[in-house]
Design a protein around this ligand. Structure first.
Ligand code: URA
Length: 289
């Protein structure tokens, strides 16, 4: 039964499975389509992003039951991906940054309740003028895995919850394939408000919102961070590298391992990349222990 459910999750992600039939067994075994062990680059230097934070040790979530096999061709270095051109961090900044950032140092000391309230009331950047709801983040506040996306879209802006649209449904399926329910992880975004027309977050907006995510990371203190998409990865890791170049490498944020993968919205447009995303999820699952 468990295996059947697992097969459904993988198929929901668009990953092929095959059934092994034992002569004397009614239950068929569910296998991934391919037999090569996943390669997690163990020896690469870890790129660290440091922030001050206390360390809290948590019990690991149970390891995914069986997710270690991918085809050999997936181990090839990812090609350069035209879709992920680094944001121009020298864009015009229309906002008075000093005003936006004024008096925000106390955010680093807020508890969950205070933090939620500050996000709900935030007017630090211009996005507050066009938002319907702020999107604080959702899930287990003691999660071992924290997923970080880019910014709310139209559905998220309407409902005040991250990843509730089609991309969110795929994210849920991806998490389930790792053996995790959506409720077992904490999901947040770089921005708490929707940029109009889903444009990329501007550097000033990301800067204004940064203390919120930083504090969430300090409070959750996950064992692993899964960063989905170029914008999330570039902002969290303070990098301008393409997503293709960040995938498969080891990063740290304040001592927490960061796995970089494709954004589910990109995977909806490019399902042929799902196998690579699955490889990333397996790397994250391995880190979760
Ligand atoms: N895309 C994101 O990056 N975050 C969301 O919450 C929804 C879509």
């Amino acid at each position: 039964m468990e295996q059947n459910r697992r097969r459904q999750y993988l198929e929901a992600m668009g990953i092929q499975t095959w059934m092994r039939r034992d002569a004397d067994a009614d239950e068929a075994q569910v296998e991934e389509a391919t037999p090569q062990p996943v390669q997690v680059p163990e020896k690469q230097p870890v790129v660290q992003v440091k922030t001050p934070a206390e360390k809290v040790h948590k019990a690991p979530v149970p390891a995914p039951s069986r997710a270690e096999e991918v085809p050999a061709w997936m181990d090839e270095p990812p090609p350069f991906d035209d879709d992920f051109i680094p944001a121009d961090l020298n864009d015009d900044i229309p906002l008075d940054l000093e005003q936006g950032l004024k008096g925000r140092t106390d955010i680093a000391r807020l508890d969950w309740k205070g933090l939620e309230q500050r996000v709900a009331e935030c007017q630090a950047c211009e996005l507050h003028k066009t938002r319907t709801n702020t999107v604080f983040g959702v899930g287990d506040r003691e999660a071992s895995l924290m997923v970080i996306g880019e910014a709310p879209g139209a559905d998220e802006d309407r409902q005040g919850e991250p990843f509730v649209g089609r991309a969110g449904q795929l994210l849920n399926a991806m998490l389930l394939a790792m053996g995790l329910q959506r409720e077992q992880v904490f999901i947040a975004n770089i921005l708490k408000c929707r940029p109009p027309n889903n444009r990329d977050p501007r550097p000033d907006e990301a800067l204004c919102c940064e203390p919120f995510l930083k504090r969430q990371l300090q409070l959750v203190r996950p064992k692993v961070i899964l960063c989905v998409g170029r914008v999330a990865a570039q902002n969290l890791l303070k990098s301008q590298e393409t997503l293709g170049r960040m995938r498969g490498r080891q990063f740290e944020y304040d001592g927490i391992p960061v796995i970089v993968s494709y954004h589910p919205a990109y995977l909806l447009r490019s399902p042929d990349q799902k196998a690579k995303a699955w490889q990333d999820l397996q790397a994250a699952a391995k880190r979760l222990g």
